[in-house]
Design a protein around this ligand. Structure first.
Ligand code: SF4
Length: 316
């Protein structure tokens, strides 16, 4: 299907001729925003097992990968996605051992690492880049919003300059950066979303994952939701805001996802987030009706992330 934005599937087909499947891995990491290093309790929407409720941490990393490979077509190609918590939060030798454990099969073509910008340094960037001889390497960073007040409200645990610094470092090592952004965060307006998209455009990121904020059981956000302190946005609002974000987004950025994922048994609300096909269909149809495409209202601005003599300088 010809979508009005640059999809991950189209990129994968260009590169590999087929769509790659994803193996979601629990690498046995924790998060500095939960263990007290930079915060406790984590981001307000993060559950006890982060996004990894469907994963099986009792299996070794290799066994998790083997289980996925065994279930599918032997010709399939794969992305090994270290998803749960902060997957660069350990000593480099531990990281290497865990990444190596997932990369035993040549059908795995992408090593995809989900992490936080405050857990990227030069040693880690160099380690990740060393895998580029073996496969593609992607780094996923959870920004959620470029509004510092929102970041404090959701207990993100780092400031925007940390994100800029990490993106610069990863770019120095030619590592593609995929950013997670949430629409409908407490107190945010459409203007905040536009500002976050402009901020991302200035970082020349490579990919984006968008979804609306949903409420999982046993989170701080669940308490806010049940006490009436937080009301999720409607599906209609999400579609409007997501379309607006896409029209402003740099057309070179690959859209990895436009919906959230949550097990039904853990979802408190809103129910509409599980209607993924309806969300994607509505965005497609509405954008096409309006004659909109990704980046149709994009304006290029100087980069904040490329380490060269640009007009910008940041005070860290
Ligand atoms: S950074 Fe990620 S793993 Fe850590 S608390 Fe926030 S959402 Fe959870």
């Amino acid at each position: 299907m010809n979508r009005p934005y640059r999809t991950l599937n189209s990129y994968l087909r260009e590169q590999y001729g087929v769509k790659l499947r994803k193996i979601c891995i629990d690498g046995g990491f924790t998060c500095p925003n939960r263990d007290g290093t930079c915060g406790t309790g984590g981001c307000i929407f993060c559950g006890e097992r982060d996004a990894g409720e469907q994963l099986n941490p009792s299996l070794s990393i290799r066994a998790q990968v083997e289980a996925a490979l065994e279930k599918a077509d032997p010709e399939a190609l794969w992305i090994a996605y270290f998803q749960n918590f902060t997957n660069t939060y350990a000593a480099p030798e531990v990281l290497k051992e865990r990444y190596d454990a997932a990369l035993f099969d040549p059908r795995i073509r992408v090593l995809d690492i989900g992490t936080r910008p405050d857990c990227i340094d030069e040693t880690i960037a160099a380690l990740l880049a060393s895998y580029r001889e073996r496969c593609e390497v992607w780094v996923e960073l959870g920004l959620q919003s470029a509004n510092e007040q929102t970041a404090a409200r959701i207990n993100r645990g780092y400031q925007n300059h940390t994100f800029t610094h990490a993106v610069r470092l990863l770019k120095q090592y030619n590592l593609p950066v995929i950013v997670h952004m949430i629409l409908g965060l407490p107190g945010e307006t459409q203007e905040d979303i536009r500002n976050t998209i402009a901020f991302l455009n200035r970082h020349q990121i490579d990919g984006i994952k968008l979804h609306s904020l949903f409420v999982m059981k046993d989170t701080v956000l669940a308490d806010w939701y049940q006490s009436g302190q937080f009301t999720p946005i409607s599906m209609q609002t999400y579609i409007e805001w997501a379309m607006d974000a896409l029209t402003l987004l740099d057309p070179n950025i690959i859209v990895h996802r436009l919906h959230g994922n949550c097990l039904r048994k853990l979802l408190l609300g809103p129910d509409w987030i599980i209607r993924r096909d309806m969300i994607l269909y509505s965005i497609d149809c509405r954008m096409k009706q309006n004659g909109w495409r990704q980046g149709c209202f994009f304006t290029k601005e100087p980069s904040l992330a490329v380490p060269c003599e640009t007009a910008y300088s940041l005070d860290f």
